[in-house]
Design a binder for this molecule. Structure first.
Ligand code: AMP
Length: 217
């Protein structure tokens, strides 16, 4: 299956993507995680992306689209993929369509995670991420690690992303409404969108998502 996940920051895209990708045996491809890995490794790409990310703005399309396409070229993506955080605007969505068309492929579905804005702010403020693996996500209130500041899964250090600070969250929400929401309409025209509520316990949302995806593609 080839799936795109959309939803505002804090909707739980990363958390759900990790479970869904495992259930569906396809790679979870997060452009945010790819950028953060590049920053950790000190690459040129990471240097280009860092200031935009810290400010909560989108990294320019020239950089982002090339990075996403390189990742999609990896052999593990031949059997399908779950894209998390890409595309994030209409030019990126068109670039992805053009890429897939060149390969004779198409998307099977776009899963839209819906969550009210006040919940988004609460979720992001308490979020803590593992330095070793961005898919290891905790929350000071909803999913406390067994030991403060330490990842339950791998022992890595937990930290708060710079762009999870409250003023940056505002910017990211504005960017989401202005740039990313329009791609939902773009994909609706292709009849690809399934919308589910992202509220409730994580396993319930995963189950809802799996059922919704069965209705697509
Ligand atoms: P995320 O981990 O998906 O919340 O992404 C964190 C940050 O990485 C975003 O706020 C952007 O600065 C950058 N980023 C991730 N994906 C994209 C994308 N598709 N286009 C532009 N910037 C992106």
């Amino acid at each position: 299956m080839r799936i795109v996940l959309v939803g505002p920051p804090g909707a739980g895209k990363g958390t759900q993507a990790a479970y869904l990708a495992k259930n569906l045996s396809i790679p979870h491809i997060s452009t945010g995680d790819l950028f953060r890995a590049n920053i950790n490794q000190g690459t040129d790409l990471g240097k280009q992306a860092k200031a935009y990310m810290d400010a909560g703005e989108l990294v320019p399309d020239e950089v982002t689209i090339g990075m996403a396409e390189d990742r999609l070229e990896q052999p593990d993506a031949a059997k399908g993929f779950l894209l998390d955080g890409f595309p994030r605007n209409e030019p990126q969505a068109r670039a992805l369509d053009a890429y897939l068309e060149r390969k004779g492929l198409r998307l099977d579905g776009v899963l839209d995670l819906e969550v009210p804005e006040d919940e988004v702010v609460k979720r992001i403020a308490g979020r803590r991420i593992c330095r070793n693996d961005g898919a290891h996500v905790f929350h000071l209130e909803y999913k406390r690690p067994k030991v403060d500041g330490v990842c339950d899964e791998c022992g890595g250090e937990l930290y708060q992303r710079a762009d999870d600070a409250e003023d940056k969250v505002r910017t990211r929400l504005d960017v989401y409404h202005r740039e990313t929401e329009p791609i939902i309409d773009y994909y609706k025209q292709q009849d690809l969108v399934v919308t589910i509520s992202a509220l409730g316990p994580v396993p319930e949302v995963t189950q809802r998502a799996m059922e919704a995806l069965r209705r697509t593609g």
